[in-house]
Design a binder for this molecule. Structure first.
Ligand code: NAP
Length: 238
């Protein structure tokens, strides 16, 4: 078993996920780029290695049981342990033709968004748990959004995406309760409104700035907070 800490970041081929992988790599972690597309994954790994980061890729589509199980067994064979899991992969879902207006909500869009943003997180987390349990200080970070905050209700009306992040916060709290007497620390974080494909790069905030909160919670000490929701400014109201 390797001594170096190992982190899996889902959706790490671009955007905030790539920045998280790069940040963890620079902190000395071996980073596993979880990405569903072979060539996008390979070029991200190449770019990380060119920056002297110890990285390798695993095929990972969070919507597929077979893909997630196969990713877990690849990590089991190559490393045998996981110190950090960042559930970053996420989608906003289609918005045309009132698809995410509550009164005309397209249920197939809701289904697709939940399949990635919720089912994907649970599927990946539960498949990686046996590997995480072998680490001395396992950390799980769920990339949420303050759009999922019932108190703040920020951003445009997105009746599939926003509730998916509300549920992600809720499932994070459920996991934290399940992990109470374990070394595993799980939290949800919000990266802010960040320039990525996701937002059409319509923000001055960089992916590195968005990644910072995830890096902080991926590496928090053993007495750090559990089961909360945080951004750069501190606690985000549920
Ligand atoms: P992005 O640039 O669109 O990147 C999303 C990543 O998720 C891509 O790598 C994408 O892979 C991957 N992905 C999507 N579906 C997947 C699947 N089924 N299996 C594996 N990977 C999948 O978005 P981002 O802005 O970096 O967002 C990252 C996370 O932050 C998301 O959870 C998002 O909800 C959250 N967030 C973003 C913002 C923001 O302002 N950008 C704000 C709040 C929260 P492909 O390249 O293959 O599509």
């Amino acid at each position: 078993m390797e001594d170096k800490k190992v982190a899996l970041v889902t959706g790490a081929n671009k955007g905030i996920g790539y920045a998280i992988a790069e940040g963890l790599g620079r902190s000395g972690y071996t980073v596993i780029v979880g990405a569903r597309d072979d060539s996008r994954r390979d070029s991200a790994v190449e770019k990380l290695r060119a920056a002297d980061i110890d990285a390798f890729g695993v095929a990972l589509d969070v919507t597929s049981d077979a893909s997630v199980i196969s990713a877990a067994s690849t990590i089991e064979e190559r490393i045998g342990r996981l110190d950090v899991l960042v559930n970053n992969a996420g989608i906003s879902g289609r918005t045309d033709a009132g698809a995410q207006e509550p009164t005309t909500l397209d249920l197939s869009v809701l289904q697709t968004v939940l399949e990635t943003n919720i089912f994907g997180v649970i599927r990946t987390t539960n498949a990686m748990l046996p590997l995480l349990r072998r680490a001395p200080s396992p950390r799980i970070v769920n990339m949420s959004s303050d759009m999922g905050s019932l108190t703040l209700q920020t951003g445009p009306m997105l009746a599939a995406y926003a509730p998916s992040k509300t549920m992600l916060n809720s499932i994070t709290a459920q996991y934290a309760r399940a992990f109470t007497d374990t070394k595993i620390i799980i939290n949800a974080v919000c990266p802010g409104y960040v320039a990525t494909d996701f937002t059409g790069f319509n923000s001055p905030r960089t992916a590195d700035q968005g990644a910072a909160i995830a890096l902080r919670f991926a590496t928090i000490p053993d007495d750090g907070p559990r089961g909360g929701f945080f951004n750069d400014d501190g606690v985000v109201p549920w």
